[in-house]
Design a protein around this ligand. Sequence first.
Ligand code: FA5
Length: 344
Amino acid sequence: MKLDLRSIKSEAKDELEKTPDLRSLSEWHSKYLGKKGVLRSLTSDVSGLTPEEKKELGRGVNELRSFLEDIYSSSLNSVTSIKKDKSLENFYKTLPGKKPEIGHLHLITQAIREINEVFSKLGFIRVRYPEVEWDYYSFEALNMPKTHPARDEWETFFIDLPEDPKLGKVVITPHTSNGQIREMLKGRLPIRMLNISRCGRRQSDINHVPTFYQFEGFVVDKDISITHLKGVLEYLIYNFFGKDTKFRLRPYDFRFTEPSFEVDVTCGICGGKGCRFCKEGWVELGGAGMVHPNVLRAGGIDPEVYSGFAFGWGVERVLMMRTGLKIDDIRYLFENNLKFLEQF
Ligand code: FA5
C-alpha cells in the first residue's frame, strides 16, 4: 500500500507538471482529487483490512491529499498569473483612452424647444392634442364639410377603424389646426395656445415628407384684430431669422380663417436667388388668418363677442430657412441618417 501511495504521488506530480492550462488542470483535479478520483478509490473498500492497517491507510491518504492539494493550488496560481500577464502585454499606459460617444438632441427637437421658448415670451401656452384624431376635429368643425373639395388637398392618412356616427373616420391629423377646436371646447377664455405636434400627409418630395411637425398659434379674445396677427408674425420671423429677412403674406383660401394668408420668407439656402429647393427665392412657411366665425361657433364661442387669429407653420421648413444651415432637401431631417445628424 505504501508503494502504491508513493507511485500515485510521483505520477500525479509528473502529470501536473505537464498541465499547461486551466482546462487540463481541472481534468487533473477530477482525476486525483474528484469525487470519483484516485484518492477516493483507495479508501472505497477497506473491508479486508485490520484496524491497524486502516489507520495507516487513512494517515497515508490524508498526507497524499494535502500534498496533491498544495501542488494543485500552486499550479493554479502560476497558470492564472501567466494569463494575467498575457493580457497586459498589449497595454500601453500612456496611450490616450477612447472617449465614449455622446449624442445630441435631434435637430427637430432642438427647433421645437426653441419655438416653444420664443412663444412663451409672448404668453403662449404649449398644449398637446391627439396625433391620431377624429375627422371631426381635423376637418368638419374647421368649416370643411365632407364634400368640400379643399379636403382633398390634405392627402390624409385614414386609419382602418370603425367610423363614429358623430366624429367620423379616424385619421392621422394632417395639421395642428385640430387643436383649435379642442382648445375652445375646454371652455377657458381668453386663449393663447401653442400646439406643436406631429402631422401626416401622403406626400414625399424635396420639400414634403409624410411625417412632419407643425406649430399652431391660436389666440381668441375680445377685440383681436389683424394687426395683432401681423405683429406676432413679424416677431416670429425676426426672432427665428433675424431683422434682415424679408417676408410676404400671400392671400390664400383656408376654410377656417377669413381672411387667410400664406407666409413666405426669402430662401435661407440661396439668399433669395433661387435654388433647387425654393425655385424662385421664396419659401412657404405656413398659413395664417383671422378665425372664421363658424369655427368659433363650433368651439362654443360667440363670434359677435370674441374674435381671434391663427397660424400653422412647418417646424422643418422654419429650421431649414435659418441662415447657416444649408439643408436643401427636407427628407434629410426625416431619414435619421447618423452621418447627416452628426454634423449639427
Ligand atoms: C395648414 O396646414 C393649415 N392648417 C395652416 C393654418 C393654420 C392656416 C391656422 C390658417 C390658420 P398648409 O397645408 O399650407 O396649411 O401647411 C402649413 C405648413 O406646414 C406648410 O407651409 C409647410 O411648412 C408645412 N407642411 C405641410 N405639409 C408638409 C409636408 N408634407 N412636409 C413638410 N412640411 C409640410
